[in-house]
Write a protein that binds this ligand. Structure first.
Ligand SMILES: Nc1nc2c(c(=O)[nH]1)N[C@H]1C(S)=C(S)[C@@H](COP(=O)(O)OP(=O)(O)OC[C@H]3O[C@@H](n4cnc5c(=O)[nH]c(N)nc54)[C@H](O)[C@@H]3O)O[C@H]1N2
Ligand SMILES: Nc1nc2c(c(=O)[nH]1)N[C@H]1C(S)=C(S)[C@@H](COP(=O)(O)OP(=O)(O)OC[C@H]3O[C@@H](n4cnc5c(=O)[nH]c(N)nc54)[C@H](O)[C@@H]3O)O[C@H]1N2
Ligand SMILES: [Mo]
Length: 765
């Protein structure tokens, strides 16, 4: 079935004429290299002076929230509170390049499809609303009123509101997110898929079921008190560089840092803070005390091993290590958990995680000796079939020593997009709670839909089957970010209308429904003026702090609208008399939106006043206070089987990861600096002994085939590179490898695509 769909697909993959070069990276991460790289991107895109000014504005009080990642700003901000990641994101948004109507006249959609993602991104900012009419190969300009009328007509023509789906990517502000979910529900559906479904959904589910809140339980101050920090399946050097400052400070004061990853990520070995100029010549601070090279998706086994060793240390120490008082007062399920743990053998553990017992015991000793431990994780845990189990094993480990509600301790899912957490808080979710819907119903005098909606994977299938006919994307790049690229392409092409609210050109503008609209919007770094008044928006970071964000740059084009304005105008055009929400007033004064949020969402009282405090405000989180909002009022120990992976000879477990020169599907360049890979992204990283058994040499080209149930999917022409990875595990980059990820291969209970465990085999190209 999958093979058939590939042949029919009119959507080509990326061009593949890349010369890959590799070499080991021996310097510390960060340091001078990060400064040079930031300046290169800033001056190329924006010019030196504008670039520097824009970057200095990021993450400052009264400035904009850095669009790079969701890592929090410290209360005492350095005048230089930015990082390479942020500098690149700001440069990409602030670019002098413009994609104007003349560009679309020159470039047809089929011609654009032949260009790489890197090329599309490099063309610059979108400036005008554009429409691709039915049967046409070209986009042409359209005015805003006609654009909204077109969307309204398509939506009103549906038999049922559930035939439309409304995606959100995580850069959307709280204000836009609140309005968007309200519009969607007034229109009549809970079809609100969002990038969380591809990202930390498993964390939300895993934490919600066990500690009663789907968010992390630590603040930045906890990093100053932790005695041990575990970093599992996360590459902060590339994806959350500002986190490294906190890890460096922790390492310097003697905090033990354990990293668990199939790859020895450079920044977790040594790091030089880019702002410590004196350290330019130094070799950086060693970060990790211990590195456990787990096999891809070997974490359940490894975490069980650590817990088994902690239990043994506890017995040897006369019961001094496990926090029995905490367990008795605050948890359920400990006995069952302990019995299950006892029944597992060390052989089973070692075989399934690929880490030797003494190394596991050494990590357990660090955990046992620490009075306050933080466990951080990201996509290395959340994108597997057993991802929810991964998170719940982390919770089990934390519960053993009462590492909740204690300074320096807790769970720290490190979020991706800068407001992905806030969007959820605002009600962007396909499975809303009734209590929330009741409040919307009362405040806005309408009957919200109660049926749960579609998430990302279910939306793809519904578009593919023809059950959903209109796709609306508030930011993001749905076509490239989602699994099973060809299948998703067909799903989008089945729609009568696809709409993308975007800042820059991407592949989702090219693989479209019969009619397609591009609605260009203001970016984070730009001034948002409504009715003559300068507005600001608000966001929530990874540690539940809500704060302001205000852009200062001139908008890239006078034709751009803000996201809140786009939603208000969409709602007015679509809902007509069917709404009592004062959309127009809201679009002109964001304080009025915040007053509505304050009335509906818990924790936002006096929103407008409190958010004007430069430090913002912290949302309540009961688990941080040892109150667990589960059905029993206690935190839960849970039991999960060790996942078994059956690999045939010649098959490998593939993870898809980010390089240093990309932001998700936005490709800034072709260099993965810390991994020493240059000039190309179509690579497959492989253990040297696996290469020898498969008779492959560095530089050989292979086609990859993925295997799921009886289905196979192929992606051609990847360059083989030897890399220090466990045998049996291989790595490729996202999004090049997404055609290999089966749409039905998802995490149990969170429905997140298994982007980090894809079974593949190889043949020579
Ligand atoms: N510069 C930059 N910054 C970003 C992003 C970006 O693309 N570029 N994306 C943003 C977003 S949306 C997100 S969600 C975050 C993502 O941040 P990360 O989660 O750090 O990103 P990934 O590259 O997906 O890397 C996951 C890490 O998990 C490891 N890993 C893979 N499989 C396993 C496994 O089975 N077990 C373990 N223990 N480890 C494994 C990989 O080797 C890699 O180090 O970053 C955010 N920040
Ligand atoms: N194989 C594989 N697939 C993955 C992952 C993986 O690790 N492996 N990771 C997944 C994860 S964690 C995530 S979060 C998703 C990301 O999925 P998305 O969030 O959908 O993708 P992005 O690449 O972040 O979206 C980039 C586009 O957003 C638009 N944009 C940028 N800034 C703004 C703005 O301020 N407003 C608006 N309206 N638009 C803006 C630009 O047009 C840009 O082209 O991908 C997922 N896909
Ligand atoms: Mo993400």
């Amino acid at each position: 079935m999958a093979n058939k769909s590939q042949e029919q697909s009119p959507t080509p993959l990326l061009p593949v004429d890349e010369e890959v070069v590799t070499g080991p990276y021996k310097k510390a991460a960060g340091g001078f290299g990060a400064i040079v790289s930031s300046m290169k991107h800033l001056s190329r895109e924006m010019g030196v002076w504008s670039g520097t000014k824009a970057v200095l504005n990021a993450n400052q009080d009264g400035g904009c929230d850095c669009p790079g990642c969701a890592w929090p700003e410290p209360p005492k901000r350095s005048s230089f509170e930015f990082c390479e990641n942020g500098a690149k994101a700001i440069a990409a948004e602030g670019t002098r390049g413009r994609v104007e109507p003349s560009f679309f006249k020159q470039w047809s959609v089929p011609k654009l499809l032949k260009q790489s993602d890197h090329w599309l991104e490099a063309q610059g900012r979108l400036t005008h609303p554009m429409i691709r009419r039915k049967g046409s190969d070209h986009y042409e300009p359209i005015n805003w009123d006609q654009a909204f009328d077109t969307i309204a007509k398509h939506l009103q023509a549906l038999d049922h509101a559930d035939q439309a789906t409304f995606y959100t990517s995580g850069r959307t502000s709280n204000e836009a997110a609140f309005l968007y979910q309200l519009f969607t529900r007034q229109f009549g559906t809970n079809n609100l898929p969002d990038c969380s479904n591809l990202c930390h959904e498993s964390s939300g589910k895993g934490l919600g079921e066990t500690i009663g809140v789907g968010k992390g339980t630590v603040g930045l101050h906890d990093f100053e008190k932790a005695e041990a920090i575990f970093i599992i399946g996360q590459n902060p050097g590339t994806n959350h560089p500002r986190m490294l400052t906190h890890l460096q400070e922790a390492a310097r004061r003697g905090c033990k840092i354990v990293s668990i990853n199939p790859l020895k990520e450079r920044a977790l070995e040594r790091f030089t803070h880019p702002q410590e100029f004196w350290a330019l010549a130094s070799s950086g601070t060693p970060i990790s005390t211990q590195f456990l090279q787990v096999r891809v998706n070997g974490d359940v086994a490894l975490l069980k091993g650590i817990m088994k060793a902690v239990v043994a240390l506890d017995q040897a120490a006369g019961g001094n290590i496990i926090d029995r008082d905490f367990i008795k007062t605050h948890t359920n399920g400990f006995e069952t958990f302990q019995e299950a743990l006892n029944a597992i053998t060390w052989d089973e553990i070692v075989q399934n995680c690929g880490v030797a017992r003494p190394e596991i015991e050494a990590a357990a000793k660090i955990y046992a000796d620490s009075k306050a431990t933080i466990i951080c994780w990201a996509m290395g845990l959340t994108q597997h079939k057993n991802a929810v189990a991964n998170i719940q094993e982390v919770v089990n480990l934390l519960l053993l020593k009462g590492n909740f509600g204690r300074p320096g301790a807790g769970a720290c899912p490190v979020r991706g997009h800068s407001n992905v957490q806030g969007d959820r808080t605002m009600g962007i979710m396909h499975h809303p709670k009734d209590a929330f819907l009741d409040k919307l119903a009362k405040a806005f005098n309408f009957e919200p839909p109660r049926k749960h909606g579609l998430d990302v994977v279910d939306s793809i299938q519904a578009m593919h089957d023809g059950r959903v006919k209109v796709f609306f994307g508030l930011g993001g790049n749905f076509y490239s970010a989602t699994p099973d690229t060809r299948y998703t392409g067909q799903a989008l092409q089945n729609c009568t209308l696809t709409v993308q609210v975007s800042t820059k050109l991407n592949r989702s503008h090219l693989v479209t429904g019969q009619e397609a609209l591009i609605l260009p919007c203001l970016g984070r770094t730009e001034r948002d003026t409504q009715n003559g008044q300068l507005q600001f928006v608000t966001v929530e970071n990874s540690m539940s702090v809500v704060h302001r964000s205000q852009g200062r740059r001139d908008p890239a084009s006078p034709h751009l609208l803000s996201e809140p304005d786009i939603i208000c105008r969409l709602a007015t055009a679509t809902l007509g008399q069917k709404t009592q929400v004062p959309w127009q007033t809201l679009s002109q004064n964001y304080d009025a939106i915040r007053d509505l949020i304050a009335a509906i969402i818990p924790g936002f009282d006096n929103y407008n006043q409190r958010v004007r405090d430069p430090a913002g405000f912290l949302l309540p989180n009961c688990a941080r206070d040892r109150r667990f909002d589960t059905s029993t009022g206690k935190a839960l120990f849970t039991v999960h089987p060790i996942p078994k992976h059956h690999l045939e000879p010649g098959q490998y477990m593939m993870m898809t990861i980010r390089s240093h020169d990309q932001y998700n599907t936005t490709i800034y360049g072709l260099e993965d600096r810390y991994r020493g890979i240059k000039k190309g992204r179509r690579v497959v990283l492989m253990n040297a002994s696996d290469m020898a058994s498969a008779n492959l040499k560095e530089g050989d080209r292979v086609d990859l085939t993925s295997h799921f149930n009886q289905e196979t999917r192929r992606a051609p022409n990847f360059v083989v590179l030897p890399y220090d990875l466990p045998a049996g595990s291989v790595a490729t980059y996202f999004p090049e490898a997404n055609p290999l990820i089966p749409v039905r291969s998802v995490a149990e209970r969170s429905n997140t695509p298994t982007s980090k465990s894809v079974i593949v085999s190889m043949t020579r190209s």
